[in-house]
Design a binder for this molecule. Structure first.
Ligand SMILES: Cc1cc2nc3c(=O)[nH]c(=O)nc-3n(C[C@H](O)[C@H](O)[C@H](O)COP(=O)(O)OP(=O)(O)OC[C@H]3O[C@@H](n4cnc5c(N)ncnc54)[C@H](O)[C@@H]3O)c2cc1C
Length: 510
């Protein structure tokens, strides 16, 4: 039995049978199995758009030895007495609790929101009639912030390949399409994510884990550098170690932790608005045609040095998606994006954000608590200006020319839009960088300037970062860990999950 690796170019709408034939022809063999190791769409030449595939072929008819087994992440299991409390059921909290439970600890996971199906009802009701549920929304509830999202599983974090493979394998066991293990830009879509989150929970419960939904961590009791109790809406909970994964929207949790002596510092983050175009405009720009059989919808990733100080870039693109009201708290107004697995919607959206530091926003040095206040003030100002959860909107052209001309908009946003001079609402350094960036994007992509900008996108990353040791433990605390996006060391589904997983494995002595 031998193995070989092949690189193939295949047309966008190739089938498994076509690939089978291509392998047989190329290697001159009849009996073999194959596995896709990598696939990406190459659309650089619009006349020759193709998939670039990397395959491992195994066959008796190939000379040589079988390839060595790939390294994989192992959770060391043993009998352990310690009880652990994990807060937050997003990717970081879930994978942290799951790994600790598998390692033999007795874990309890608490989540301020409800289980995902109930959460979904609240999200639907918010979008239908504007009734906001503070515990179950786009930010809070089982599965965390990315549950109602495009479910992109790409990550800019380096050195997490073992964790990534582990996380993707658990998603596949929970019902994700196996393609996520080899696609260059894998994504799940909201429809699949909702089911996967429910199945992952089942796997955690089967491993002996406990979950308390509708349970908010309100406070921690600290004695001599140790957390001795968590004060929750379900009562006081004790544990030997506390892993918090509250995400970066849980401002009141951050503030409580700061009051209890957990050290944070400010860090650079990014804010801006969401861009929206008809998907056909993006398909034409990227493929030179309105659709491409075999591929769902065209994507883009743009970046510009802009004014030289605040880099501007597109973020979290949702092809065939919807712009959504992603606020975590009542009377604040922010937007984000999501899509379904088929990415079949009429519009494409992506954030257009400028990197900025809280000190630049304030025009002076600010502490971590003040950085949160600044951001919250901006989110409230957008709510007040829009008179609710409608999204302030203007065209990209009007934004770059600082002149509000366009007044009617076609959009996927479910709660209505209000024409508004976004360049007067966003902080000046962000506006100046975004103008330069958008002008450059329009030069790079045909039709780009016909799109619109919606609302405030303020949750691409956290403006604060906890001071912690490499293990994830908070500096100055014996048994308190903050992981995931809320720690300020991760961003996105995979890197947050990897951060939670790493902290768990380090605690388990792996
Ligand atoms: C609409 C949207 C679309 C997104 N799309 C993508 C995407 O396509 N790909 C991608 O990689 N990333 C995406 N993201 C970002 C991604 O969701 C986050 O980076 C990721 O979820 C962070 O994981 P986390 O576990 O650290 O925190 P979160 O996912 O934010 O989870 C935190 C959890 O803690 C709970 N919680 C908070 N405070 C408390 C408390 N005091 N007590 C109890 N529970 C608490 C919350 O309810 C929540 O469930 C998206 C985010 C949003 C909002």
């Amino acid at each position: 039995m031998g193995t070989t690796t092949l690189i193939f170019k295949m047309p966008p709408d190739y089938s498994g049978q076509m690939l089978q034939q291509a392998i047989a022809q190329k290697l001159g063999i009849r009996h073999f199995s194959w596995q896709l190791e990598a696939s990406s769409l190459d659309a650089r030449n619009k006349r020759n758009i193709h998939w670039r595939l990397q395959l491992k072929v195994v066959s008796d008819e190939i000379a040589g030895t079988e390839a060595a087994a790939e390294e994989s992440l192992v959770i060391p299991r043993s009998l352990r007495k310690a009880g652990i409390l994990v807060v937050g059921s997003g990717p970081a909290g879930f994978f942290c609790a799951y790994a600790l439970q598998k390692a033999g600890f007795s874990t309890t996971l608490i989540e301020r929101g409800s289980e995902v199906i109930k959460r979904k009802r609240s999200v639907n009701s918010f979008e239908r009639n504007g009734l906001f549920d503070p515990c179950n929304n786009y930010a809070f509830g089982e599965g965390g912030a990315g549950t109602f999202s495009d479910g992109k599983l790409t990550s800019r974090s380096k050195h997490i390949s073992l964790e990534r493979s582990f996380i993707l394998s658990k998603y596949i066991e929970a019902g994700a399409p196996p393609e996520i293990s080899h696609m260059a830009h894998p994504h799940l879509g909201t429809d699949k994510l909702v089911k996967i989150v429910g199945n992952l929970r089942q796997h955690y419960l089967e491993a002996g884990g406990k979950i308390l939904f509708d349970t908010l961590l309100k406070d921690i009791v600290v004695k001599k550098g140790r957390v001795v109790e968590a004060v929750t809406t379900a009562g006081h909970l004790t544990a030997d170690a506390f892993f918090l994964a509250p995400g970066h929207s849980a401002f009141e949790t951050y503030r409580m932790l700061m009051r209890r002596g957990v050290a944070f510092r400010t860090k650079g983050f990014a804010i801006g608005s969401r861009m929206e175009h008809p998907q056909e405009v993006i398909n034409l720009a990227q493929w030179g045609r309105p659709s491409l059989p075999g591929v769902k919808a065209a994507e883009y990733r743009l970046s510009s040095p802009a004014n030289g100080k605040n880099r501007v870039y597109s973020f979290c693109m949702c092809p065939g998606g919807t712009v959504v009201p992603a606020t975590a708290y009542a009377h604040t107004n922010i937007v984000n994006g999501m899509s379904y697995y088929n990415r079949g919607g009429r519009f494409a959206n992506a954030a257009c954000v400028a990197g900025i530091h809280p000190a630049e926003l304030a025009g002076r040095d600010v502490g971590p608590a003040e950085a949160l206040d600044l951001l919250e003030d901006l989110e409230r100002a957008f709510y007040e200006l829009a008179g609710g959860y409608a999204a302030p909107v203007c065209s990209i052209r009007d934004f770059t020319q600082a002149l509000l001309r366009k007044t009617t908009f076609e959009t996927s946003y479910p709660l209505g839009v209000v024409p508004a001079p976004l360049w007067e609402m966003l902080p000046p350094p962000v506006v100046s960088a975004m103008k330069a960036g958008l002008i450059e994007f329009a030069r790079k992509m045909k039709g780009f300037d016909t799109g619109n900008l919606l609302g405030l996108e303020s949750k691409t990353s956290s403006p604060v970062q906890v001071v912690r040791e490499p293990s994830g433990r908070c500096a100055g605390f014996d048994n308190l860990y903050i992981v995931g996006e809320g720690s300020g060391y991760a961003g996105g589904i995979v890197s947050s999950a990897a951060d939670g997983l790493r902290a768990a494995l380090s605690f388990a002595g792996a």
